[in-house]
Ligand binder design. Structure first.
Ligand SMILES: CC(C)(COP(=O)(O)OP(=O)(O)OC[C@H]1O[C@@H](n2cnc3c(N)ncnc32)[C@H](O)[C@@H]1OP(=O)(O)O)[C@@H](O)C(=O)NCCC(=O)NCCSC(=O)c1cc(O)c2ccccc2c1O
Length: 139
């Protein structure tokens, strides 16, 4: 059973683009993953805890997945619901629901796991306190 908007801690509107529709006239499955990345990383950048260009550490994805319940398509505005399901020492699991238009049940539900790594060595590193605070607020 798909989840509802109330099941997520933060909602973020995500405009769709002409190019997002595939030959069947709906968002291709790869676009859902782009929306997940954009929703989460935009929040991290806006809250000041991710600087993808100069930060000492960066997040890498180690696992991701998605279930698709209903089609989404341009020109719909999609709303992404975000929550943190697990916060470890160096890892965080995000769960994201995608809602089409005014719908209250998710058209798709996905997740991905980020591991924080040192930018230079690419070895895992503890999630810094400031980022941890932002992530705790999404639990
Ligand atoms: C990332 C790695 C270096 C980690 O290797 P390591 O051996 O150190 O990993 P561990 O097994 O010790 O686990 C560390 C930590 O993660 C948890 N964990 C690991 N796997 C999973 C899993 N499948 N599910 C849940 N949790 C997992 C584990 O429990 C530990 O947790 P703690 O919290 O207890 O510390 C190595 O795995 C690696 O290099 N992998 C390849 C990464 C990669 O190439 N990914 C694809 C491209 S990256 C990407 O797509 C990407 C997306 C973005 O959104 C970005 C946003 C901003 C910047 C960059 C982005 C980006 O590159």
């Amino acid at each position: 059973m798909p989840e509802t908007r109330a099941d997520y801690r933060l909602l973020r509107d995500m405009p769709t683009r002409w190019f997002d529709n595939d030959i069947y006239g709906h968002l291709n499955n790869t676009v859902h993953y782009q929306l997940f990345d954009t929703a989460v990383n935009a929040h991290l950048v806006e809250t000041g805890v991710l600087d993808p260009h100069t930060g000492d550490t960066v997040f890498l994805v180690v696992e991701s997945g998605c279930r698709y319940f209903a089609p989404l398509s341009f020109p719909e505005v999609v709303t992404a619901g975000l929550r943190v399901a697990h916060l470890g020492r160096s890892s965080v699991r995000y769960e994201i629901g995608l809602f089409g238009g005014e719908a209250d049940t998710a058209a798709a539900e996905g997740f991905f796991v980020h591991v924080n790594v040192d930018r230079q060595t690419r070895k895992k590193a503890p999630i810094p306190d400031a980022a941890r605070d932002v992530l705790e607020a999404l639990r």
